[in-house]
Design a binder for this molecule. Structure first.
Ligand code: PLP
Length: 361
């Protein structure tokens, strides 16, 4: 069987070795006589899987000890609602910097619980750039500032951690977590749905400074309290054990491959090759994002004639390159090139794009 190079934005491609290992041990986990997904989350087998996954993620991202690491069901969108519920007082302001679709979603989810102030918004420019820090209008009394580290649809990425002074900075890292080293201590909270760089959909990772969990937040059900999840080791209720386990295998794979420093080098090379193919196509392909903030994870691009889109997708599929259709909000194409996309996959895509251009140009 041949696996295609899968450029899906999420759920996204996973390392083959991880899938093979999961397949091999799915019926009988290390002689337990049952699959890891059939055993109690409080039993010794899963407790070991869970604590190793947390320890490996802490190593991978150099997470300081004063941060809790949570593995929660519910996607990144759920976190966008839980953030104000847990970290803002009723009626308090919270600042949102909107650099694409997911920043807007974050506001939508927060809206019932906070007075969301749009501190900066790239929409007027089609989300092709990140508003300059000097132009952000931060509130005086904000509970936090929220940014989207990488906008998965618009292909716009923060290259540096913005300086917001003493206000807690919260970042949605769903589509770029573990793609390069990050100074976690610059953030009050980082969160990510797993389904791009960390594993299968169904679990979210929340990395939050413990001190923040002392905030009283707003009236909410116990299941929505980050502090309770932290206290219970993310086992307040039955956690998504399969997803947690598989993410744990991905963390081990990333560490064995050389950690986030190595992935940063690979990701830069992949992104450079793809953007060079687009920019060097004489206008046959185009990416409209300002070069300084182009995403290294999600590369949206357009063909000069959208009448060719169908043929491009069909021929790419025949060449073993799948899931290149752009998000419906933008149209065109999008190649997501997360950690698990090998450099050979990007070379194959670039070769195909070149050849397609020669045939249809
Ligand atoms: N934030 C970003 C940056 C995303 O890319 C996505 C999903 O693609 C989300 C949030 C929403 O994640 P979920 O579907 O896990 O709620």
């Amino acid at each position: 069987m041949t696996r295609a190079y899968n450029f899906s934005a999420g759920p996204a491609t996973l390392p083959e070795t991880v899938l093979e290992q999961a397949g091999a041990e799915l019926l009988d986990w290390h002689g337990a006589g049952a699959s890891i997904v059939e055993l109690s989350h409080r039993g010794p087998e899963f407790m070991q899987v869970a604590s190793e996954a947390e320890a490996d993620l802490r190593t991978l991202l150099s997470v300081p000890d004063d941060y809790a690491v949570l593995f929660l069901s519910g996607g990144a969108t759920t976190q966008q609602a839980l953030i104000p519920l847990n970290l803002a007082a009723p009626g308090q302001a919270a600042d949102y910097v909107v650099t694409g679709h997911w920043g807007k979603t974050a506001i939508k989810q927060a809206h019932p619980y906070v007075s969301a102030n749009v501190a900066a918004d790239g929409e007027a420019g089609g989300f092709r750039d990140i508003p300059a820090r000097a132009d952000w209008r931060l509130s005086d009394d904000a509970a936090y500032v929220h940014v989207t580290a990488n906008e998965t649809i618009h292909g716009v990425e923060f290259r540096d951690t913005p300086d917001v002074g003493d206000v807690p900075l919260i970042a949605d890292f769903s589509s770029s977590i573990a793609s390069e080293p990050v100074d976690v201590s610059r953030y009050a909270m980082i969160y990510a749905g797993a389904q791009k760089n960390l594993g299968p959909v169904g679990v979210s990772v929340v990395i939050v400074r413990r001190e923040l969990l002392e905030r009283s937040g707003q009236p909410r059900a116990p299941i929505f309290e980050y502090a309770r999840h932290a206290k219970s080791g993310s086992m307040l209720n039955t956690p998504p054990t399969f997803n947690w386990y598989l993410a744990g295998l991905v963390f081990k794979w990333m560490l064995a491959e050389g950690g986030v420093e190595e992935f940063a080098r690979r990701n830069q090379r992949k992104a450079d090759a793809l953007y060079a193919a687009i920019d060097g196509s004489g206008g046959f392909y185009r990416n409209e994002v300002a070069p300084a903030v182009r995403s290294r994870m999600n590369v949206p691009f357009f063909l000069h004639d959208d009448g060719l889109d169908k043929a491009f997708l069909a021929e790419a599929k025949e060449a073993g390159l799948i899931s290149l259709k752009g998000h419906r909000a933008l149209g065109g194409m999008r190649a997501s090139i997360y950690n698990a996309m090998p450099e050979a996959g990007v070379r194959a895509l670039v070769g195909f794009m070149d050849e397609f251009r020669q045939r249809h140009g």
